[in-house]
Ligand binder design. Structure first.
Ligand SMILES: [Zn+2]
Length: 313
């Protein structure tokens, strides 16, 4: 069958005509893809980072296929999904060829994928497969491969601090989301008796992301309860500490354990001496600490107490 057709791309104001040769038409290895293959967005935002495309072809004078990629123009037949909806979800709201992606408060990676069903909704004219050209109605489904990878960033210095949690760097066992960090200045009163500067003392001293720390709510309650049990002021200045970035934790001498609860934001070292060590340790135990490091390990300089899962320290 030999045919001629004209394609008009209204949105771009382009009209082109082409002819199909007998041996150069019909369903063939057309592919679908998402373009670009990677993109990045900040947390808590909306954007249209990916466009769906399918592979089209024309026939040259020698009846050879000439392939190229073109934007898929029938939004209703493109099905999008995300494999990590807490990082990014994808809706069916379209602007042009792009599906709307909405990011959450958790930084990370989401794989975005989609499929094209050429025949969905009874479409007959297919600008990608040009089925009219060849007199064949194609049913064609493809999942973009690989899926588009979306990197969701915090959009500030937390991104650098988060990379310290990548396991290949300091062996951390988790990667916090953007929303897990607390922003603070040194003098900010985080609880009744503890300031941001005390709880982030080592990172601040080293100018290591000094305005960001992980400080779990249950931890803040616990250290106030410890102080209440102790019935006197508690000191978190060195040799004490509370939050530590993975980098600061690693350069201590001796280094902190790679999965120390200090990098999780639920551990504290209260400064102590030979007169206060036992009373502080008891106060933390009575405040529900899941770990109080042994007297042998920390006496007399500090009392390490943490409130992580049982078995952690
Ligand atoms: Zn400690």
């Amino acid at each position: 069958m030999i045919g001629r057709n004209e394609e008009v791309n209204v949105s771009q104001g382009i009209a082109s005509s082409f002819s199909c040769q007998n041996n150069c038409c019909g369903p063939t290895d057309l592919n679908a893809r998402m373009n670009p293959s990677t993109a990045s967005m900040p947390i808590n935002s909306n954007a249209y980072p990916f466009v769906s495309q399918c592979q089209s072809y024309t026939c040259d004078a020698s009846s050879n296929y000439q392939y190229y990629w073109t934007n898929w123009t029938s939004a209703a037949t493109y099905n999008w999904s995300s494999d990590n909806s807490s990082v990014a979800s994808v809706s069916s709201t379209y602007v042009g060829n792009n599906a709307q992606v909405t990011t959450g408060s958790t930084g990370g990676t989401a794989n975005i994928s989609g499929s094209i069903d050429y025949d969905k909704n009874g479409l007959v004219w297919d600008p990608c497969a040009r089925v009219y050209c060849c007199g064949v109605i194609a049913t064609y489904t493809s999942t973009s491969n690989p899926p588009g990878q979306l990197q969701v960033n915090c959009g500030d210095t937390r991104d650098g601090l988060r990379t310290e949690y990548f396991p290949q760097n300091y062996g951390a066992d988790f990667i916090p989301g953007c929303g897990e960090f607390t922003f603070g200045n040194s003098g900010d009163q985080i609880t009744t008796h503890f300031t941001f500067g005390e709880l982030n003392v080592r990172d601040i001293a080293s100018n290591e992301y000094p305005n960001w720390a992980i400080l779990r709510n249950y931890f803040l309650t616990a250290i106030e309860n410890t102080r209440s049990n102790y019935n006197a002021a508690l000191n978190v200045s060195p040799p004490g500490s509370a939050y530590r970035s993975p980098f600061i934790n690693a350069i201590l001498n001796p280094p902190g354990a790679t999965n120390s609860r200090h990098i999780h934001g639920d551990a504290v070292d209260f400064a102590s001496d030979s007169n206060t060590w036992d009373a502080i340790a008891n106060a933390a135990t009575n405040a529900g600490a899941t770990c109080v490091e042994s007297r042998q390990a920390t006496f007399p300089g500090h009392v390490h107490a943490s409130w992580g899962p049982s078995g952690t320290c």
